[in-house]
Design a protein around this ligand. Structure first.
Ligand SMILES: NC(=O)c1ccc[n+]([C@@H]2O[C@H](COP(=O)([O-])OP(=O)(O)OC[C@H]3O[C@@H](n4cnc5c(N)ncnc54)[C@H](O)[C@@H]3O)[C@@H](O)[C@H]2O)c1
Length: 166
């Protein structure tokens, strides 16, 4: 699907906005990336699945370079910093951070006695620490937050992942 769509300009609610979506190469993140582009946003997808992320940007882009991909492990401080830097250097700003990258535990047995501690720590690392790093780096440069920008949708930080184990 190309970036242009049947959505009329008046329905383009994200025109002029720049969004970064962690875990945007597949699933909910990918669908969000496609929707954001349909609504006029420039999107940077940050994910560990390089092949999927690159083919997504190839699939969506027409001539307008609406979407790009950057390799990013959401649990890595430097990767998330680099993803934000990429969005800002490419588009001059960051309006929307969608902290969407998340995993569920490999062992889906709901019994407390079956909990694999390492598995659970990994879920926390991606779903909780990943969201923290996304918020940290999206906020960089916006602090102290300019109060006059509050009503202009200057920066949104959205966190999505849960910490479910099954
Ligand atoms: N699907 C649901 O019903 C549901 C319900 C509640 C919450 N969620 C949460 O929504 C988010 C997306 O769910 P989904 O169903 O699209 O999952 P998904 O597995 O289809 O997609 C997750 C994406 O995150 C990426 N990812 C995983 N670990 C990463 C890491 N360390 N760094 C960067 N990217 C990473 C994956 O490569 C993948 O592209 C998850 O956080 C999930 O926990 C999903």
């Amino acid at each position: 699907m190309k970036g242009s769509s049947l959505i009329t300009p008046i329905a383009k609610r994200l025109e002029g906005k720049v969004a970064l979506i962690t875990g945007g190469a597949s699933g909910i993140g990918e669908s969000s990336a496609r929707l954001f582009v349909q609504h006029g946003a420039k999107v940077v997808v940050a994910d560990i699945q390089d092949d999927l992320g690159l083919s997504l940007s190839k699939d969506i882009n027409g001539s307008n370079e609406a979407i790009s991909f950057v390799h990013c492990d959401a649990t890595s401080d430097s990767d998330v910093q680099n993803a934000v830097d990429t969005a800002v250097s490419k588009h001059g700003k960051l309006d929307i951070m969608f902290s969407n990258a998340g995993i569920t535990a490999g062992n889906l047995n709901p019994s407390i006695s079956a909990v694999d501690h390492e598995d659970f720590k990994r879920v926390f690392d991606v779903n909780v620490h990943g969201a923290l790093l996304a918020a940290k780096h999206a906020a960089r440069g916006h602090w102290p937050f300019p109060r006059d920008k509050l009503s202009q949708g200057y920066a949104y930080i959205l966190t999505h992942p849960g910490t479910e184990t099954s």
